[in-house]
Design a protein around this ligand. Structure first.
Ligand SMILES: *Cc1c(COP(=O)(O)O)cnc(C)c1O
Length: 425
């Protein structure tokens, strides 16, 4: 990363925008209008904006359905192969081989499928480690698997506690993993923690878990499309992510899943099965002997949801051309600039704590701002000014400038608005 000396004047922000090699991507998105102009949309961590190309991709499938009906499954651009179309870009985004990734279901469903495969308590090896304050859906999924297997979460679920700043150090994680040792069956942690925005060291965590013989999985809801990942190289066992946050594919849209090839090529690996996981060369023989596809496709349950997958592909096409390493380079500058403006301004800095690590290699786009007081009032005032962000109890505003469609000027305007609101009280 090149050293940059930030300046707090608007001309400096505009200069960075002029020099931004990714600036044209902004024009590929539809912006909510607030007060007669584009909203300052800093909520790509929750729901990414709609690419303009989505309607064209969706309409293509609607037209095909209208004109061909069931024949669309096997025509020259067949629906039966639709789930293969996004693999190349998905593999690039998470650092995987194409047969290790697939888009299917939703995140929580995929997490259940992964737990069915990777949580096989045996004897005293039955503990699961997650982070305290994990996203409720992940917590529910995990505890429900434990209960189904007659494991009591209050005995065998380890919730690792962050330090008082909300930070998980690798030393502490490694200590807790070693302590659990051969009683540990599975580690499930976030790539980026949704509340604090901390980017965890996936490779080191995977190595720690493997040293004690546990499987390791990651929830990448806040990491996919945000930061470059190297899941194959890091030997992560499995991962899941949603496509509607940084990946801009639309509310509730299809989820991504990864299983490392050392498991996914094993057709005897335990799993919950469905007909779409059946070897495609015999799938339509409709026989009852399950012979799964090799690779993660052997975990598919159902034929793809074509209408929503079309939106996913529209968005992936933008990531394919922008490239995640280029996006990351801009993101470091963009969020770095926000961090600079908030911490170098006395009127702002004394009113907030930034929960997200100061070290840029330990965060993605998002900064989580803890307000000592009046957080909700400040949030409402910013909203009225046309800023879209999100609110987390008790006093946290999460802001995520994204490199695909946000500008340095927006970051500067946001920090000016915040300063103004704080001074007005
Ligand atoms: C957004 C998010 C989810 C959402 O789950 P869905 O199944 O897509 O509704 C789950 N876990 C984490 C950590 C998230 O950030």
């Amino acid at each position: 990363m090149s050293e940059i000396i930030y300046e707090s004047n608007i001309e400096f922000a505009q200069l960075l925008d002029q020099k931004d090699p990714l600036k044209s991507y902004r024009d590929s998105f539809l912006f909510p209008q607030r007060n007669g102009k584009n909203a300052i949309y800093f909520c790509g961590n929750s729901l990414g904006l709609q690419p303009k190309s989505v309607s064209e991709h969706v309409n293509y499938e609607l037209k095909k359905w209208a004109e061909n009906g069931v024949e669309g499954h096997f025509d020259s651009d067949p629906w039966v192969g639709h789930h293969k179309k996004g693999k190349k870009t998905m593999a690039m985004l998470v650092g995987a081989k194409e047969h290790e990734v697939v888009a299917m279901n939703n995140l929580t469903t995929n997490l259940h499928l992964m737990l069915a495969s990777f949580y096989q308590p045996k004897g005293i090896r039955k503990k699961i480690l997650i982070e305290a304050g994990a996203f409720p859906s992940d917590y529910f999924a995990i505890t429900s698997h434990m209960e189904q297997k007659n494991v009591n979460p209050s005995d065998d679920l380890i919730e690792i506690i962050p330090n008082e700043a909300g930070y998980f150090s690798i030393d502490h994680i490694s200590e807790v993993i070693n302590e659990a040792g051969h009683e540990l069956a599975l580690v499930l942690l976030p790539g980026i923690q949704y509340y604090s925005g901390q980017f965890l060291n996936i490779g080191e965590i995977a190595a720690c878990a493997h040293r004690v013989g546990a499987y390791v999985g990651f929830d990448l809801a806040h990491a996919a499309g945000n930061v470059p990942l190297t899941l194959h190289h890091d030997e992560v066992d499995f991962a899941v992510w949603c496509s509607y946050k940084y990946l801009n594919s639309g509310p509730g849209n299809v989820s991504g899943a990864f299983i490392h090839e050392r498991h996914s090529k094993n057709t005897d690996f335990p799993r919950l099965a469905g007909w779409w996981g059946q070897d495609e060369t015999i799938r339509f023989k409709m026989e009852n002997k399950f012979q799964p596809m090799s690779g993660i496709d052997g975990w598919m349950l159902s034929n793809a949801n074509i209408i929503s997958s079309a939106a996913h592909l529209a968005s992936l096409a933008l990531f394919e051309s922008a490239d995640i390493s280029q996006l990351r380079e801009k993101s470091l500058l963009l969020t770095g600039y926000l961090y600079f403006l908030l911490t170098s301004n006395d009127n702002i800095q004394k009113k907030i704590n930034i929960l997200t690590p100061a070290n840029e290699t330990e965060r993605g786009c998002q900064l989580s701002l803890f307000f000592h007081e009046k957080g909700r009032k400040i949030f409402d005032a910013l909203t009225k000014e046309g800023v879209i962000m999100d609110w987390r109890e008790p006093n946290v505003i999460r802001v995520a400038p994204t490199p695909m469609y946000n500008t340095f000027e927006e970051v500067k305007i946001f920090s000016d608005l915040l300063e103004h609101i704080l001074i007005e009280g």
